[in-house]
Write a protein that binds this ligand. Structure first.
Ligand code: F6R
Length: 636
């Protein structure tokens, strides 16, 4: 391997990074970044192996370093790079679980790296999560000593928590902290709940290397992938270092690099507001974003932005070819034209500047809803309009959503059945017994089936209220979801076939789907990826040429104003109708089980969100609507 091939370059000029307080590199694709990190590690091992010297690695667990480990294993095997002289120190381990617990970091390291290399087991160091409390202090001191006696860590790799933690150094961790027992943050435990089948099973403390331990490494590489890390990365890279964002403390290290993919870097100024770092070639979408940003910054509607506003906010380049007047007008018209009360297209109207085509006047529509309720939660008003405007609307509930029905809710129906039919059977008492534990998620098939049925009946009540025939409601029950646990399976060709079969049978002119990738338990992401995959597979079919795909967002997230291609205003009465439709999903009201960190009920969140985007439109200079549902077109 040519050592010179290893480079972390920064794109653009140094002004590009002027908001960044630490060396940060962004890759178009995560795989290239992982390979580069692995190569840097391998290069050091090779160099040291030649001199018969140890290489001391500081290692992390979690999803972030998995790809790097995969590359290390591959290179180790292909290029016969020996790990015999590699010494490792892991950052952390949960406290209160044994080494052979399937979620222990000891197991993780064996599975993801050690078992596939020739590393000497005596050279592996991972905190022991099974120690008696009395000996922990000594263990931690000894861990520090061992690192020192090996000459210190040559390369420390890090992931980052959504709260900015590194290792298990949670917000508030001291700059001088060393290896110790710590309490885990709520957010950290929440993020780990899928692996432990519920937050209550996640250990509440851990042993972790300290910030000081990490900072004494000779080289630090912190990697972050995906949107969920973008907030923490913004604070780590662009905000002055502070203990509330532990990862920011590595700003003071003189040989640290932050390695990112596009999603995790999406909030950095150079990506989200490139005009602020002197980037001159802004594409149409970014120009639009810049104008909306300027309007919000100056607190002026678009049409009142002046030449001075553009000049004073690094946007003078926009004025080279067009006057501020023309730019304002274009942005204003563009936004104005997203607004329509005819989400299925307005028949007999000029549709040149409308978001949807007028023909065919009656469209076949599929609304894909990941869970049974996202349809009404996220686009209940638009759904209602599509039906009342005479389109042939179908709803496809992709998953059964049965995990989100509480045991007490299922018990209510079991008891109702028992009392009404005056039937006591062994099944009934077995079910009652199982359901007596309010909190536990019960895997039992009958319980899960009952929970699915409850959600089906609620969905039908809501779709009937909107005016849909039951025959237009499809419960796909995608198999990937049916694990009886919070953690779902990977989708397979069976899931894909169900999706493709439905699309082929309906031949829709419009598909609406949840482009809501931020839902806290990943089901929306799997569902949208399955749709994208289906579209790719079906693309060549004739009817697909007339099919337009619209992505909605709802309970978790809203589109930014510049991203919106269609905005459907709701009157105060329509907002109430939407609320009623949501209320039919009774099992999800009154403290739903999986609502993330937001305490509000779903209907409250969406009402707030639909109102907020209407206010944003108004601030940008549009008419004052009560609420709006918004969509972005997906071109496949
Ligand atoms: C684990 C560790 C943690 C993780 C962080 C991100 O050893 O040190 O700080 O790096 O919680 O976890 P993932 O990579 O799973 O997102």
């Amino acid at each position: 391997m040519n050592p010179n091939s290893i480079k972390y370059k920064n794109p653009g000029s140094s002004s590009t990074t002027r908001f960044e307080r630490i060396h940060t590199v962004i890759f178009d694709n995560k795989e290239n970044a992982e390979l580069l990190i692995a190569k840097e590690i391998i290069q050091l091992i090779q160099k040291n192996n030649k001199k018969n010297k140890k290489t001391v690695l500081g290692l992390a667990t979690g999803s972030s370093p998995k790809g790097v480990y995969k590359n290390l294993i591959e290179i180790h095997k292909k290029e016969k790079v020996s790990f015999k002289k590699v010494v490792t120190f892991n950052l952390d381990e949960y406290y209160g679980i044994s080494k052979d617990h399937k979620e222990s970091y000891n197991q993780f390291m064996d599975e993801n790296l050690f078992n596939h290399t020739d590393i000497d087991r005596n050279n592996i160091h991972i905190p022991d999560g099974d120690l008696n409390k009395k000996v922990i202090d000594n263990f931690c001191k000894d861990y520090e000593k061992k690192i020192k006696s090996c000459g210190g860590i040559d390369i420390q790799i890090l992931g980052i928590g959504a709260n900015g933690h590194i290792g298990f150094n949670e917000p508030g961790s001291n700059l001088n902290s060393i290896t110790r027992l710590v309490k885990l943050d709520y957010q950290t435990r929440h993020d780990a709940r899928l692996n432990f089948n519920g937050i209550k099973n996640v250990p509440s403390s851990a042993i972790t290397m300290g910030i000081k331990t990490i900072l004494t490494s000779k080289r630090i590489i912190l990697m972050a992938w995906g949107k969920s890390k973008s907030n923490a990365i913004k604070k780590t890279v662009e905000v002055r270092q502070n203990v509330n964002v532990p990862a920011s403390l590595i700003q003071s290290h003189n040989n640290a690099t932050i390695v990112l993919d596009m999603d995790s870097s999406s909030l950095l100024t150079r990506i989200s507001q490139p005009w602020q770092v002197g980037e001159q070639t802004l594409d149409e979408e970014i120009k639009n974003r810049a104008i909306h940003w300027l309007s919000s910054k100056t607190e002026k509607p678009i049409l009142r932005l002046t030449e001075k506003d553009y000049n004073q906010n690094n946007l003078s380049d926009l004025l080279v070819q067009k006057s501020h007047y023309d730019i304002n007008l274009e942005a204003f018209n563009k936004l104005q034209r997203t607004i329509t009360g005819w989400p299925g297209g307005k028949p007999n109207a000029d549709d040149t500047h409308r978001p949807e085509r007028k023909n065919p006047a009656k469209k076949r529509v599929i609304i894909f809803s990941p869970h049974p309720d996202d349809d009404v939660v996220s686009m209940g008003g638009t759904f209602d309009r599509l039906v009342s405007q005479g389109h042939d609307v179908h709803v496809a509930y992709q998953t059964s959503g049965n995990i989100a029905v509480s045991n007490e809710e299922v018990l209510k129906f079991v008891e109702l059945y028992e009392d009404f039919f005056d039937r006591s059977s062994s099944l009934i008492s077995e079910l009652k017994n199982l359901l007596s534990d309010e909190k536990k998620i019960i895997k039992d098939r009958s319980v899960r089936k009952l929970a699915s049925l409850i959600r089906e009946k609620e969905s039908l009540a809501a779709t009937r209220f909107i005016g849909l025939n039951d025959s237009n409601v499809h419960f796909l029950k995608l198999p990937f979801y049916e694990t009886g646990k919070i953690k779902k399976n990977k989708p397979t060709s069976d899931d894909l076939k169900i999706m493709c079969d439905l699309i082929k049978s309906i031949k829709p002119h419009q598909i609406f789907a949840a482009g809501d990738l931020a839902d806290p338990h990943g089901t929306h992401k799997v569902c949208i990826e399955l749709l994208f995959h289906s579209l790719k597979n079906l693309k060549k079919l004739n009817f697909m040429k007339d099919c337009w795909v619209w992505l909605y967002r709802g309970a978790w997230h809203e589109w930014d104003s510049h991203e919106i291609d269609m905005a459907v205003p709701l009157s105060p009465l329509q907002v109430l109708r939407k609320r009623r439709a949501i209320f039919y999903h009774q099992s999800q009201n009154n403290s739903v089980m999986f609502q993330g960190d937001d305490e509000r009920e779903f209907w409250q969140r969406v009402e707030d969100r639909n109102r907020e985007i209407a206010i944003t439109y108004n601030d940008l200079g549009m008419a004052d609507y009560q609420a709006m549902e918004t969509f972005r077109r997906y071109h496949f």
